[in-house]
Design a protein around this ligand. Structure first.
Ligand code: BES
Ligand code: ZN
Ligand code: ZN
Length: 477
């Protein structure tokens, strides 16, 4: 989607109002009568005048700002459907409500809701949405906001594309290549460590998971250094789980259904790349590092087996009791690697446990960690504002005991319930800096379309993270 502030309106016109009467000065009498009639009948998106004028009646009264914003995003997704059905190519948004960010939110819902993954459609042209341009009148948005909207909604598309890519076209190496291309476009540095290097470093967690694969693992290091001075002396590190496909390994996931969505097991990696892209494009004054350990997880002749004791990059030994708990093994290596930066804060994003998804479903993200309360509170605010909400789980000591192994330093699964937390406890063992873990298993991928998230990869969490990074960089909201 292309966004711009435009003096003279282009394409269809979309007015956002609270009440039909607010359009007295703009509409003809018959239009206004028709609109009032439809409003009385309960319509909230009304097409006027041979369909080139539309009125969105927002009904925002009495709602908190975060809820209004979300309501408008959803309305934007609906409006986008209507405009595409009418083969409209452009729309100009005019916000007449007192809610300043109404135009932004509607447009965001339009762009995100209009996302399509057509790469493998033979008749892509026929399927493609017509709506490509969203304009605003001068009063409805600021130049800065339009710029931000463009970059963030582009980044959502980039992340979704990465998640939606079929697994045979997205090995660990191909994922690393995609990051390298994105780095060129998005102005951040990308370095890829190949298998030989990982062996030399003894990245035992990542290498163990990779043993059943016919494709080598990769470890991508991304870096954004602002052109000017950064607000942080020590870097902020983002880590993303890059399991390009998770069969469970020899602890094979039961068919028929549990593997269907496992190409999305690199959603954390995609989020990190998306955040690097945003930081680069906005030239955020933060020093930011992105780390992605990547491999697929498969059974194979050489595959690691339940019972193996592996030596991690940190030197710790881990008894593997379930090869499907693979994400924590490669994340642990990345968390250890992060120590060399003496980071101010480390955040990892991972489709880590079905337990997180079972606990809260797809309405939000489970997070936990050792960073201070102020950081957690800021993240929660960003989550609420973007409606990618966060709920904190505890990391009480007792959960750590579940990971005790008789023969190694740790085992890779907890015993009993609380699986999202014991996974978090496992990761915590490999940290020695302020750290937060985001379990995005419940939100990263959906088989059904929902509001402004079409079926497939959602990029859920990216807007929350972008909001946080922008605030971290000291830029106003
Ligand atoms: N990638 C899965 C988690 C997952 C589940 C992501 C559902 C998205 C949707 C992860 O590697 C996994 O298999 N976790 C196991 C851990 C268990 C064996 C301790 C799980 O959650 O079942
Ligand atoms: Zn798994
Ligand atoms: Zn996994």
């Amino acid at each position: 989607m292309f966004f711009k502030i435009q003096k003279s309106p282009k394409g269809d016109l979309l007015y956002i109002v609270e009440q039909p009467s607010e359009l007295r000065a703009v509409l003809s009498k018959p239009e206004l009568e028709y609109l009032s009639q439809r409003w009385d009948q309960g319509s909230r998106l009304v097409a006027l005048n041979q369909y080139d004028k539309h009125v969105l009646i927002a009904g925002l009264e009495g709602k908190a700002d975060d809820e209004r914003a979300e309501k408008l995003r959803k309305a934007g997704a609906k409006a986008q459907n209507v405009l595409n059905e009418q083969h409209s190519e452009a729309v100009t948004i005019v916000n007449l409500t007192a809610f300043e960010s109404a135009g932004y939110c509607i447009a965001e819902g339009m762009a995100l809701g209009g996302y399509q993954f057509l790469k493998y459609k033979s008749d892509a042209k026929r399927n493609r949405n017509t709506l490509k341009e969203i304009y605003f009148d001068k009063q409805s948005i600021t130049l800065k906001a339009v710029h931000r909207l463009q970059i963030i909604s582009d980044a959502v598309g980039i992340v979704r594309d990465l998640v939606n890519e079929p697994p045979q076209y997205q090995t660990a190496s191909l994922l690393a290549e995609a990051f390298t291309r994105l780095g060129k476009e998005g102005r951040f540095k990308v370095q890829v460590m190949q298998k030989a290097k990982l062996e030399q470093l003894h990245m035992g967690g990542l290498l163990a998971v990779n043993r059943g694969s016919i494709d080598p693992p990769t470890f991508t290091v991304m870096e954004h250094r602002p052109v000017g001075k950064a607000v942080n002396k020590a870097p902020l590190v983002l880590i993303g789980k890059g399991v390009v496909y998770d069969t469970g390994g020899l602890s094979l996931k039961p068919t028929p259904n549990s593997m269907d969505r496992m190409k999305s097991d690199m959603s954390g990696a995609a989020l990190v790349a998306g955040a690097m892209y945003i930081a680069g494009q906005l030239d955020l004054p933060v020093h930011l590092i992105g780390l992605v350990p990547a491999t697929d997880n498969r059974p194979g002749q050489q595959a690691f087996v339940p019972g193996d004791v592996i030596k991690m990059y940190s030197g710790d030994t881990v008894e593997v009791l379930n090869t499907d708990a693979e994400g924590r093994l490669l994340l642990a290596d990345a968390l250890h690697y992060a120590k060399k930066y003496r980071p101010e804060l480390v955040m990892d994003f991972a489709t880590l446990t079905g337990a997180a998804a079972n606990a809260i479903g797809d309405a939000g993200i489970v997070f936990m960690g050792t960073a201070d309360e102020a950081v957690k509170a800021r993240l929660k605010t960003c989550g609420a504002r973007q409606y990618e909400r966060l709920v904190e789980f505890p990391l009480w000591e007792e959960y750590g005991k579940l990971l005790k192994s008789d023969i190694a330093d740790l085992k890779n699964i907890g015993s009993g319930p609380g699986g999202a937390i014991s996974a978090g406890k496992f990761l915590e063992h490999f940290t020695e800096y302020p750290w937060l873990h985001f379990d995005i298993a419940g939100v990263s991928h959906d088989i059904k379309s929902k509001d402004y998230r079409p079926a497939g990869g959602t990029a859920f969490g990216l807007r929350m993270l972008a909001d946080f990074l922008i605030g971290y960089a000291g830029r106003d909201q």
